[in-house]
Design a protein around this ligand. Structure first.
Ligand SMILES: [Zn+2]
Length: 391
């Protein structure tokens, strides 16, 4: 049993001699007679359902240069192939190129293949399909099909990218980042989430070096035929060493943080690692900090953005108790129930706010050690609470 990945088969070649049987509703042959598109055991053509939305989507993807996924052929004899998986997509392509249906262009106008401009026609004809060809006995093929479980476990994004950009770069990158026996994997997994076999580590390394998910395809295509992954590897190691140097022994919450992004944003600042690590421990011990994962960026950013920590707020019952007490006292004294307003201008000095017009405030700020309990809670009108928050 052999499998071979073909990456240079074009739509032009596949559609050579394409025959669609209207009566039986199936694509019959293609690739100059070498390919049986719909062997007897296959399902009929289903992409016509829903007014042909699916077959239009195939063409649309191609025009936008999106991948349409892996296709599997079985090599039945010399120069004879059958489609194992992908007959719906191939039939869509063949039907479109032979003028069996139209797509809607960006102005909402229906266009069949010959109505497209020359450039778009060429784009479709030169579109390259990714085809796995397998060659073996019927039982081998069946077993293989079950193993890769095409219908059950679809390829994830990185697996698909690897197939699309296959070449020396991907081979080298996989031998480093997708190798579950790489001794460095344990260190990496303190910072990176996921499964090496499913390409999660490689995916993260690429996100980091390419500066974002959306740039991976471009990066892989640019380096596709290179025999070195030096840049990828060096960048990945640099980011992890930086995190390790600053924060010391890893904590669970560090796993899966956007370390690449943090590195880009903060690596030119200087920090005192001993102080950072002490602050991590203090913040971890602080019950008011409900988002431990935010601690690292909070510290890197100079302890300014408290939103990252999701500081625990006062409970509703505490707020109501404090509101009632403040409001009663204010009525007795004929002043506003917002202590800040009570010191202020004529028009708000005696204003009594409703409960939902006020917010709870730490009298002594959380960052200065103030607790989140009733002894440290006061109600302020929304305006004053916001003003205090911004200080
Ligand atoms: Zn006020």
């Amino acid at each position: 049993m052999q499998t071979t990945l073909i990456t240079d088969l074009t739509v032009r070649e596949i559609c050579e001699g394409f025959v669609y049987n209207q009566l039986e509703g199936k694509g019959l042959n293609g690739w100059g007679g070498k390919l049986i598109i719909q062997p007897e055991y296959q399902r009929n053509y289903l992409y016509l359902e829903n007014d042909g939305k699916k077959e239009m989507a195939v063409i649309d993807s191609m025009l936008k240069d999106y991948p349409i996924g892996l296709i599997y052929f079985n090599k039945s004899e010399e120069n004879k192939y059958e489609v194992l998986d992908g007959q719906q997509r191939i039939t869509s392509i063949g039907r479109f190129v032979t003028g069996k249906f139209a797509i809607k262009d960006k102005f909402g106008m229906e266009q069949n293949f010959t109505g497209l401009n020359r450039e778009e026609q060429e784009k479709i004809l030169n579109y390259r399909l990714l085809v796995y060809v397998c060659n073996g006995t019927e039982s081998e093929i069946k077993e293989w099909f079950e193993t890769i479980n095409i219908a059950g476990v679809p390829l994830n994004k990185q697996e698909l990218l690897n197939a699309t950009h296959s070449g020396p770069f991907v081979t080298l990158a996989k031998s480093t980042f997708s190798n579950s026996r790489n001794p460095q994997l344990q260190k990496w997994s303190s910072y990176v989430k996921g499964n090496a076999n499913r390409q999660d580590i490689l995916h993260t390394a690429l996100v980091w070096v390419a500066k974002g998910e959306d740039n991976i395809g471009g990066y892989m295509s640019q380096h596709r035929y290179e025999n070195s992954i030096e840049e990828l590897k060096t960048y990945f190691d640099t980011v992890i060493e930086w995190a390790k140097m600053l924060f010391g022994s890893p904590k669970d919450e560090m796993r899966g943080l956007e370390w690449g992004e943090l590195y880009e944003k903060y690596h030119s600042n200087s920090y005192n690692p001993a102080w950072l690590q002490q602050r991590v421990n203090e913040l971890y011990a602080d019950e008011a900090v409900t988002n431990k994962r935010g601690v690292f960026e909070y510290l890197l950013g100079g302890e300014t953005d408290q939103h990252l920590l999701n500081i625990r707020i006062f409970e509703e019952s505490v707020k109501k108790t404090v509101y009632a007490r403040q409001t009663n006292e204010a009525r007795e004294q004929g002043i506003s129930n917002c202590p800040e307003c009570a010191k202020g201008h004529e028009n708000v000095r005696t204003k009594i706010y409703k409960f939902n017009e006020m917010d709870a405030d730490h009298v002594s700020a959380w960052s200065k050690g103030g607790a989140t309990d009733i002894s440290n809670c006061q109600m302020l009108c929304k305006t004053h609470n916001r003003m205090k928050g911004n200080r």
